[in-house]
Design a protein around this ligand. Sequence first.
Ligand code: PEP
Length: 252
Amino acid sequence: MRRPLVAGNWKMHGSREGSRALVGAILEGLGPGAGAEVAVCPPFVYLADVQEALGGGPVALGAQDLCPVPGEGAHTGEVSGRMLAEFGCRYVIVGHSERRSLYGEDDATVARKFLAAREAGLRPILCVGERLEEREAGVTEQVVARQLDAVLQCEDGLEGLREAVIAYEPVWAIGTGRTATPGQAQEVHAFIRARVGERDPGLAEGLRILYGGSVKPENAAELFAQPDVDGGLIGGASLRADSFLAICRAAG
Ligand code: PEP
Protein backbone atom coordinates (compact mmCIF):
# COMPACT_ATOMS: atom_id res chain seq x y z
CA MET A 1 0.00 0.00 0.00
CA ARG A 2 1.49 3.34 -1.05
CA ARG A 3 1.05 6.24 1.37
CA PRO A 4 0.05 9.33 -0.62
CA LEU A 5 2.30 12.36 -0.55
CA VAL A 6 1.23 15.96 -1.04
CA ALA A 7 4.18 18.31 -1.54
CA GLY A 8 3.89 22.08 -1.81
CA ASN A 9 6.26 23.76 -4.24
CA TRP A 10 6.40 27.38 -3.14
CA LYS A 11 8.60 28.37 -6.08
CA MET A 12 10.01 31.93 -5.74
CA HIS A 13 7.25 33.17 -3.45
CA GLY A 14 6.91 34.43 0.08
CA SER A 15 8.93 36.12 2.76
CA ARG A 16 10.53 35.03 6.03
CA GLU A 17 7.52 36.09 8.02
CA GLY A 18 5.02 34.75 5.49
CA SER A 19 6.77 31.37 5.33
CA ARG A 20 6.60 30.96 9.10
CA ALA A 21 2.95 32.00 9.16
CA LEU A 22 2.06 29.58 6.38
CA VAL A 23 3.77 26.69 8.15
CA GLY A 24 2.02 27.58 11.40
CA ALA A 25 -1.37 27.55 9.71
CA ILE A 26 -0.65 24.25 7.94
CA LEU A 27 0.43 22.58 11.17
CA GLU A 28 -2.60 23.89 13.00
CA GLY A 29 -4.99 22.80 10.28
CA LEU A 30 -3.50 19.36 9.75
CA GLY A 31 -3.83 18.17 13.29
CA PRO A 32 -2.70 14.72 14.36
CA GLY A 33 -3.06 11.57 12.37
CA ALA A 34 -3.19 12.92 8.82
CA GLY A 35 -3.51 10.12 6.29
CA ALA A 36 -1.26 11.51 3.60
CA GLU A 37 2.34 12.49 4.09
CA VAL A 38 2.75 16.24 3.66
CA ALA A 39 5.85 18.20 2.65
CA VAL A 40 6.66 21.83 1.87
CA CYS A 41 9.44 23.03 -0.42
CA PRO A 42 10.28 26.68 0.29
CA PRO A 43 12.98 28.76 -1.42
CA PHE A 44 16.51 27.97 -0.16
CA VAL A 45 16.82 31.13 1.92
CA TYR A 46 13.76 30.26 4.00
CA LEU A 47 14.79 26.68 4.77
CA ALA A 48 16.16 27.49 8.20
CA ASP A 49 13.06 29.44 9.23
CA VAL A 50 10.74 26.78 7.90
CA GLN A 51 12.74 23.99 9.50
CA GLU A 52 12.39 25.74 12.84
CA ALA A 53 8.69 26.45 12.34
CA LEU A 54 8.05 22.80 11.41
CA GLY A 55 9.64 21.84 14.69
CA GLY A 56 10.27 18.22 13.71
CA GLY A 57 6.50 17.70 13.46
CA PRO A 58 4.54 15.71 10.90
CA VAL A 59 5.25 17.92 7.88
CA ALA A 60 8.45 17.13 5.98
CA LEU A 61 10.81 19.69 4.51
CA GLY A 62 11.99 19.69 0.91
CA ALA A 63 14.02 21.93 -1.38
CA GLN A 64 13.24 22.94 -4.96
CA ASP A 65 16.58 22.15 -6.57
CA LEU A 66 20.19 21.21 -5.84
CA CYS A 67 23.61 21.34 -7.45
CA PRO A 68 24.44 18.31 -9.60
CA VAL A 69 27.88 18.27 -8.03
CA PRO A 70 27.92 16.53 -4.67
CA GLY A 71 29.63 17.82 -1.53
CA GLU A 72 31.21 21.25 -1.80
CA GLY A 73 33.46 23.15 -4.18
CA ALA A 74 33.92 26.14 -6.44
CA HIS A 75 30.34 26.41 -7.73
CA THR A 76 29.24 29.98 -7.16
CA GLY A 77 25.55 30.33 -6.49
CA GLU A 78 24.89 26.63 -6.05
CA VAL A 79 23.58 24.68 -3.06
CA SER A 80 24.56 21.06 -2.59
CA GLY A 81 22.50 18.13 -1.38
CA ARG A 82 24.69 17.83 1.68
CA MET A 83 23.82 21.42 2.64
CA LEU A 84 20.13 20.72 2.20
CA ALA A 85 20.39 17.63 4.37
CA GLU A 86 21.96 19.77 7.08
CA PHE A 87 18.72 21.79 7.21
CA GLY A 88 16.64 18.66 7.68
CA CYS A 89 15.42 18.34 4.10
CA ARG A 90 13.91 14.97 3.33
CA TYR A 91 12.94 15.71 -0.28
CA VAL A 92 14.33 17.72 -3.17
CA ILE A 93 12.56 18.46 -6.44
CA VAL A 94 14.67 17.68 -9.51
CA GLY A 95 13.91 18.43 -13.15
CA HIS A 96 10.93 20.72 -12.58
CA SER A 97 9.73 21.92 -15.97
CA GLU A 98 10.58 25.53 -15.05
CA ARG A 99 14.19 24.45 -14.46
CA ARG A 100 14.17 22.59 -17.77
CA SER A 101 12.59 25.37 -19.84
CA LEU A 102 13.87 28.56 -18.16
CA TYR A 103 17.32 27.39 -17.05
CA GLY A 104 18.20 24.95 -19.79
CA GLU A 105 18.39 21.79 -17.71
CA ASP A 106 18.56 18.77 -19.98
CA ASP A 107 17.83 15.15 -19.14
CA ALA A 108 21.50 14.44 -18.37
CA THR A 109 21.72 17.31 -15.87
CA VAL A 110 18.49 16.20 -14.22
CA ALA A 111 19.89 12.68 -13.90
CA ARG A 112 23.05 14.05 -12.27
CA LYS A 113 20.92 16.00 -9.80
CA PHE A 114 18.90 12.88 -9.06
CA LEU A 115 22.09 10.98 -8.23
CA ALA A 116 23.50 13.89 -6.20
CA ALA A 117 20.31 13.92 -4.11
CA ARG A 118 20.61 10.22 -3.49
CA GLU A 119 24.23 10.57 -2.48
CA ALA A 120 23.25 13.20 0.10
CA GLY A 121 20.55 10.93 1.52
CA LEU A 122 17.72 13.04 0.11
CA ARG A 123 14.67 11.67 -1.64
CA PRO A 124 14.39 13.19 -5.12
CA ILE A 125 10.99 14.18 -6.48
CA LEU A 126 11.75 13.63 -10.15
CA CYS A 127 9.52 15.72 -12.41
CA VAL A 128 8.62 14.53 -15.88
CA GLY A 129 6.02 15.75 -18.33
CA GLU A 130 5.33 16.78 -21.89
CA ARG A 131 4.80 20.21 -23.43
CA LEU A 132 1.52 21.07 -25.15
CA GLU A 133 2.90 20.63 -28.64
CA GLU A 134 4.26 17.22 -27.67
CA ARG A 135 0.87 16.09 -26.36
CA GLU A 136 -0.80 17.39 -29.51
CA ALA A 137 1.75 15.56 -31.64
CA GLY A 138 0.89 12.33 -29.79
CA VAL A 139 4.37 11.84 -28.33
CA THR A 140 3.59 12.18 -24.61
CA GLU A 141 4.77 8.66 -23.79
CA GLN A 142 7.98 9.02 -25.79
CA VAL A 143 8.84 12.26 -23.99
CA VAL A 144 8.11 10.88 -20.53
CA ALA A 145 10.00 7.67 -21.34
CA ARG A 146 13.05 9.66 -22.46
CA GLN A 147 13.03 11.75 -19.27
CA LEU A 148 12.61 8.66 -17.12
CA ASP A 149 15.18 6.58 -18.97
CA ALA A 150 17.83 9.27 -18.44
CA VAL A 151 17.73 8.31 -14.77
CA LEU A 152 17.07 4.59 -15.21
CA GLN A 153 20.09 4.21 -17.48
CA CYS A 154 22.50 5.57 -14.86
CA GLU A 155 24.36 3.20 -12.66
CA ASP A 156 22.37 3.28 -9.41
CA GLY A 157 19.48 5.04 -11.17
CA LEU A 158 17.03 2.19 -10.70
CA GLU A 159 18.20 1.64 -7.14
CA GLY A 160 17.76 5.38 -6.51
CA LEU A 161 14.11 5.14 -7.48
CA ARG A 162 13.49 3.00 -4.39
CA GLU A 163 13.71 6.12 -2.23
CA ALA A 164 12.46 8.54 -4.86
CA VAL A 165 9.11 9.93 -5.91
CA ILE A 166 8.10 10.72 -9.47
CA ALA A 167 5.89 13.70 -10.29
CA TYR A 168 4.08 13.64 -13.60
CA GLU A 169 3.52 17.27 -14.50
CA PRO A 170 2.22 18.02 -17.97
CA VAL A 171 3.86 21.36 -18.74
CA TRP A 172 0.66 22.73 -20.27
CA ALA A 173 -1.12 22.27 -16.93
CA ILE A 174 1.44 23.98 -14.67
CA GLY A 175 0.27 27.34 -13.41
CA THR A 176 -2.22 27.61 -16.27
CA GLY A 177 -5.41 26.64 -14.49
CA ARG A 178 -5.75 23.89 -17.07
CA THR A 179 -5.66 20.47 -15.38
CA ALA A 180 -5.19 17.09 -17.00
CA THR A 181 -8.39 15.08 -16.73
CA PRO A 182 -8.20 12.25 -14.21
CA GLY A 183 -8.20 9.85 -17.17
CA GLN A 184 -5.28 11.62 -18.87
CA ALA A 185 -3.30 11.62 -15.63
CA GLN A 186 -4.03 7.96 -14.90
CA GLU A 187 -2.96 6.95 -18.40
CA VAL A 188 0.50 8.50 -18.04
CA HIS A 189 0.92 7.36 -14.42
CA ALA A 190 0.16 3.79 -15.45
CA PHE A 191 2.66 4.12 -18.29
CA ILE A 192 5.38 5.33 -15.90
CA ARG A 193 4.71 2.50 -13.44
CA ALA A 194 4.76 -0.06 -16.23
CA ARG A 195 8.03 1.30 -17.61
CA VAL A 196 9.73 1.03 -14.20
CA GLY A 197 8.01 -2.33 -13.75
CA GLU A 198 9.76 -3.71 -16.82
CA ARG A 199 12.98 -3.45 -14.81
CA ASP A 200 11.71 -4.15 -11.30
CA PRO A 201 8.03 -4.98 -10.74
CA GLY A 202 8.29 -4.83 -6.94
CA LEU A 203 9.91 -1.41 -7.00
CA ALA A 204 7.30 -0.13 -9.45
CA GLU A 205 4.47 -1.32 -7.23
CA GLY A 206 5.81 0.65 -4.26
CA LEU A 207 6.79 3.75 -6.25
CA ARG A 208 4.81 6.89 -5.49
CA ILE A 209 3.81 8.83 -8.59
CA LEU A 210 2.40 12.30 -7.92
CA TYR A 211 0.33 14.38 -10.29
CA GLY A 212 1.12 18.08 -10.64
CA GLY A 213 -0.50 20.79 -12.72
CA SER A 214 -3.17 23.17 -11.43
CA VAL A 215 -4.35 20.85 -8.65
CA LYS A 216 -6.98 22.67 -6.59
CA PRO A 217 -9.36 21.70 -3.80
CA GLU A 218 -12.08 21.28 -6.44
CA ASN A 219 -10.26 18.73 -8.58
CA ALA A 220 -7.91 17.01 -6.11
CA ALA A 221 -10.18 14.20 -4.91
CA GLU A 222 -11.00 13.01 -8.41
CA LEU A 223 -7.35 13.04 -9.48
CA PHE A 224 -6.17 11.27 -6.31
CA ALA A 225 -8.86 8.61 -6.71
CA GLN A 226 -7.08 7.26 -9.80
CA PRO A 227 -5.35 3.97 -9.01
CA ASP A 228 -1.86 5.10 -10.04
CA VAL A 229 -2.04 8.66 -8.67
CA ASP A 230 -0.38 8.71 -5.25
CA GLY A 231 -0.81 12.35 -4.30
CA GLY A 232 0.25 15.65 -5.80
CA LEU A 233 2.95 18.23 -6.32
CA ILE A 234 1.15 21.50 -5.73
CA GLY A 235 2.30 24.93 -6.86
CA GLY A 236 -0.10 27.88 -6.63
CA ALA A 237 -2.60 26.21 -4.30
CA SER A 238 0.16 25.43 -1.78
CA LEU A 239 0.69 29.12 -1.03
CA ARG A 240 -2.50 29.38 0.99
CA ALA A 241 -3.07 27.19 3.99
CA ASP A 242 -6.79 26.68 3.35
CA SER A 243 -6.39 25.41 -0.21
CA PHE A 244 -3.29 23.34 0.59
CA LEU A 245 -5.00 21.73 3.59
CA ALA A 246 -8.08 20.91 1.53
CA ILE A 247 -5.84 19.16 -1.03
CA CYS A 248 -4.00 17.28 1.73
CA ARG A 249 -7.33 16.04 3.10
CA ALA A 250 -8.41 14.92 -0.36
CA ALA A 251 -5.31 12.69 -0.48
CA GLY A 252 -6.24 10.73 2.61
C1 PEP B 1 4.29 22.98 -9.90
O1 PEP B 1 4.91 24.03 -9.88
O2 PEP B 1 4.90 21.92 -9.74
C2 PEP B 1 2.84 23.03 -10.14
C3 PEP B 1 2.20 21.91 -10.31
O3 PEP B 1 2.26 24.28 -10.15
P1 PEP B 1 0.68 24.59 -10.18
O4 PEP B 1 0.03 23.71 -9.13
O5 PEP B 1 0.59 26.04 -9.84
O6 PEP B 1 0.20 24.28 -11.53
